[in-house]
Design a protein around this ligand. Structure first.
Ligand SMILES: C[S@@+](CC[C@H](N)C(=O)[O-])C[C@H]1O[C@@H](n2cnc3c(N)ncnc32)[C@H](O)[C@@H]1O
Length: 263
């Protein structure tokens, strides 16, 4: 019988070639990466259109698409959605509660003043006398702490409103422009690091009840500062973590069942 037309049995030559091809494939990416690193670390720098004291877009890239910090906030809340249940409180609106809650008994909205018609609780996080006590299983406190000057009073307020075993899911900026709108309303005071957040929350919740993480890298930080949006980076570029470039910081802190009643 003659040789089959589509016989793909490996010949001696191809048996030798396959490992060589695999080796080539495995080398191509690292070599390309190495060339790019050497090129970038060399003296010649291509600025393309980045050499400007004006950002490409202002307002965190809202007008181009989804701001990059929101990508990380969504990732963080998705990862911790098991805590978003029972009596839930969120700052300013109920968007994240509705998106991520797995078993909501109630959803309340906290606002510092009465100008927000959606608010069900109007209170200042730094003023314990006006805040509910032991009232919530989960507090979604995104992008708020940077606008409160008295940080330790605010963390004590967060502790106060949580019930025993309740959890706060909090995010703050590490590398970010000033929010002009918020700066005009309540003041934009702080940018954070993993180290500052760990100390701040450990002093009130106890170190063993606090977990701090960061998101971002040099590329996503630059893109965020330039006002680029999520669609302009690849998922690999967004998800790469470099702890020297803490663009967004997150805290999961639990009020212990046997911790102090109120601070
Ligand atoms: C940009 S919004 C953040 C909430 C929003 N859900 C988000 O993810 O962007 C800033 C919020 O900070 C709140 N805020 C400012 N100072 C406050 C204070 N002393 N106590 C409680 N909330 C405060 C304001 O009510 C405002 O809703």
């Amino acid at each position: 019988m003659g040789k089959e037309k589509h016989d793909r049995r490996p010949t001696a030559k191809s048996k030798l070639m396959i490992p060589l091809l695999n080796l080539k494939q495995r080398l191509v990416v690292p070599v390309k990466k190495l060339i790019s690193i050497l090129h970038r670390k060399g003296r010649r720098l291509d600025w393309y259109n980045l050499r400007s004291t004006e950002p490409i877009a202002r307002k965190f890239g809202f007008y181009r698409g989804e701001p990059i910090d929101r990508y990380y906030i969504n990732r963080f809340l998705l990862k911790n959605r098991r805590f978003i249940q029972g009596r839930i409180l969120e700052v300013a609106n109920d968007g994240y509660s509705k998106k991520f809650a797995i078993n909501a008994r109630s959803i309340d909205i906290l606002h510092v003043n009465s100008k927000n018609p959606k608010a069900t609780i109007v209170a200042d996080l730094t003023k314990g006398d006006n805040l509910p006590r032991d009232a919530f299983d989960c507090f979604i406190c995104t992008q708020t702490l940077q606008f409160i000057y008295n940080l330790s009073a605010a963390v004590q307020g967060i502790y106060q409103i949580l019930g025993r075993g309740g959890v706060v899911l909090l995010t703050v900026p590490g590398i970010a422009q000033i929010s002009r709108e918020d700066n005009g309303r309540w003041g934009d005071y702080w940018r954070f690091t993993e180290a500052s957040l760990l100390k701040l929350f450990s002093e009130v919740f106890g170190k063993e009840n606090v977990h701090v993480e960061s998101y971002g890298n040099v590329l996503s930080s630059i893109a965020f500062l330039e006002g680029l949006c999520v669609a302009e980076l690849t998922p690999q570029e967004l998800d790469h973590h470099d702890s020297d470039y803490q663009m967004l910081l997150t805290v999961v802190a639990r009020k212990a069942f046997d911790g102090p009643p109120h601070v």
